[in-house]
Design a protein around this ligand. Structure first.
Ligand SMILES: *Cc1c(COP(=O)(O)O)cnc(C)c1O
Length: 387
């Protein structure tokens, strides 16, 4: 296997060299639940049962481990299955501090499922390390962070979070879905666990649901997650593991174009008379610009913007022809989302407004189409939205 560390090369060669039986350059889809044992207590090369381990899934798990620079990788049937497995590290009476703008599904599973088992959480502004430190009581066992957050792109100091976690002997967890290891590697700042919705950029084609976990070494986390994965069983299937490996190979070229398109669209929208505000970590005048630049390659490809009063969001979405109105993000096709009625609909309107998630806020996930098609589409929809 190649030991080259350029990430573009690792994306292609990092997880799997070739099939030793046939020389196949791609990992075969081992569509099997079980493996023949030649005699008692002698599983073939360690493979026993596919919930516990499967060679196609293992190739994927090795790929994400190498990409994030961790000790071990784990593949799950969805981002939420991956996140839930990580939350199962904790026990009744423990508390987790969570980014206040955390992904809605993460909030829901904490609020509606894990609290049933007395695992508590508290939403905090993870942009403010002092405020977090004030909240670290003896029952706090973890800090869970997204950076940037959705949809306002707030940035959290990864090294700062890791240092706090180290100081108090608690576990730091980062959802790296928005940036991917191509743009940001939280473990390199001392974070303990990275989770992904691989449904988004890693898969990249809006054709699968998957989740990944990567653990850093030193705290026995790999063995614990392996035990939880095998015990609770939310594993990714061999075919989806294969698709995800295939998606990850082109992550670099896709992200380059996603980011390039995002930067051009942000420039275009920032200068547009219909737009009052743009939230993008790659904008010099954005509050989190410097911090993000210190820990990520660039501002990523996700951004949000607000229409001025007098412009109608309904008409805007209705007029889009290239952008698709849809949940999700990170696919090759451009998607547009209305946080107030879609991803953040469960938050009461007054709290939403206070957070800045106004009814006129629009989130875009630029795909890899030609930039002129995307600008023309927005230009038309902005004109149509004038009411
Ligand atoms: C989509 C998403 C998730 C949930 O992942 P699924 O694959 O949909 O289960 C978690 N975190 C973030 C940031 C996401 O965007």
């Amino acid at each position: 296997m190649s030991t080259d560390t350029h990430i573009e090369t690792v994306l292609i060669h990092g997880g799997f060299d070739h099939d030793t039986q046939t020389g196949a350059v791609n990992v075969p889809i081992y569509q099997t639940s079980t493996y023949k044992q030649q005699s008692l207590n002698s599983p073939t090369n360690g493979w026993e049962y596919s919930r516990t381990g499967n060679p196609t899934r293992a190739a994927l798990e090795n790929t994400i481990k190498v990409l994030e620079g961790g000790e071990a990788g784990f593949a799950f049937a969805s981002g939420m299955a991956a996140i839930s497995a990580v939350l199962m590290l904790f026990r009744a009476g423990d508390k987790i501090l969570v980014s206040r703008n955390v992904y809605g599904g993460t909030f829901r599973v904490l609020d509606k499922i894990f609290t049933r088992f007395n695992l508590n959480y508290e939403l905090v502004d993870t942009g403010d390390l002092k405020k977090i430190e004030e909240r670290i009581t003896p029952d706090v066992k973890a800090i869970y962070v997204e950076t940037p957050t959705n949809p306002l792109m707030e940035i959290t100091d990864l090294a700062g979070i890791a240092a706090l976690a180290g100081k108090y002997g608690i576990i730091s967890i980062v959802d790296n879905t928005f940036m991917t290891p191509y743009l940001q590697r939280p473990l390199s700042f001392g974070i303990d666990i990275v989770v992904h919705s691989a449904t988004k950029y890693l898969g990249g084609h809006s054709d699968l649901i998957a989740g990944l976990v990567v653990t850093a070494g030193g705290k026995g986390l790999a063995d614990k997650i392996a035990f939880i994965q095998n015990s609770t069983g939310g594993v990714l299937q061999p075919f989806d593991s294969f698709l995800l490996i295939r998606g990850i190979k082109t992550l670099g070229v896709r992200m380059d174009r996603h980011v390039q398109n995002a930067e051009k669209l942000v420039d275009y929208l920032s200068a547009h008379q219909a737009v009052s505000r743009v939230y993008y970590p790659g904008l010099k005048e954005f509050a989190g610009y410097e911090l993000n630049a210190s820990q990520a390659v660039n501002g990523g490809a996700m951004f949000s913007f607000e229409l001025k009063k007098g412009y109608d969001v309904r008409k805007f979405f209705h007029s889009l022809k290239v952008f698709t109105l849809a949940e999700s993000l990170g696919g090759v096709e451009s998607l547009a989302c209305h946080p107030a009625t879609m991803t953040h609909a469960s938050i009461p309107a007054d709290i939403r407004e206070k957070l800045g998630i106004t009814d006129n806020l629009i989130r875009l996930s630029p795909g890899i189409e030609h930039i002129d098609s995307l600008i023309a589409d927005l230009e038309n929809a902005l004109n149509e939205s004038r009411s």
